[in-house]
Each structure stands twice: as C-alpha cells, then as structure tokens.
Design a protein around this ligand. Structure first.
Ligand SMILES: [Zn+2]
Length: 100
C-alpha cells in the first residue's frame, strides 16, 4: 500500500473502524498495526475528566497512534489500562480547549 494512501480520510476511517472492531471483540493486545503491519498495537485508556474518556491505540514498533474520544466509559475500560503519560496529555488538551 502506498504511503500517501494511509493519510487519506477514507483510509483513515477504515483503519479506525477495524481497530475499534478489534476492541469491541475484546482484543486489547497484539493487534496488527495498520502502518508497520506487525502485531504490536495495544489499547490504552485515559479518564481525564468526569464523563470524558479516551481510547488510545499505540504501536510499540513504529510511530502509529490513534486516539478516540469517548463520552462514556469505553467497553473493556479498566484502571490498570490507564496510561499516566497519555492521561496527562489528555488532561492538558482539555484544559487548553476550555481556555481557547
Ligand atoms: Zn506499527
């Protein structure tokens, strides 16, 4: 697949849908990366505010990461899957949004 294709909105939507489907079926580790195609994507969550949740898909082998906003607790959300570094980022994003 040519590199520029992965940047198109249509392709991005397909990637998002397939990753979200994995999550829905309860797969949180060793998901195939849409970028490097290794099974190295894991799911992480953050909970930056009341009623604000984020789901992250992070590849350990390349730079791929995808962030999904949730207005309610995501399926399969657990406290031990909350990543402190990502949560700090999301808290920061929300804070900036509030003051802009
Ligand atoms: Zn990757």
């Amino acid at each position: 697949m040519p590199q520029e294709d992965s940047q198109s909105p249509k392709n991005d939507l397909i990637v998002r849908m397939s990753l979200l489907r994995m999550l829905e079926s309860g797969i949180l580790n060793s998901i195939e990366c849409p970028q490097c195609h290794r099974h190295s994507v894991s799911v992480w969550f953050t909970h930056p505010q009341v009623n604000e949740y984020r789901t992250w898909f992070i590849c350990t082998e390349c730079s791929f990461e995808m962030r999904v906003q949730n207005s309610e607790k995501p399926l399969h959300y657990t406290e031990d899957r909350v990543d402190a570094r990502l949560e700090t980022y999301d808290v920061d994003v929300l804070r900036k949004k509030r003051f802009s």
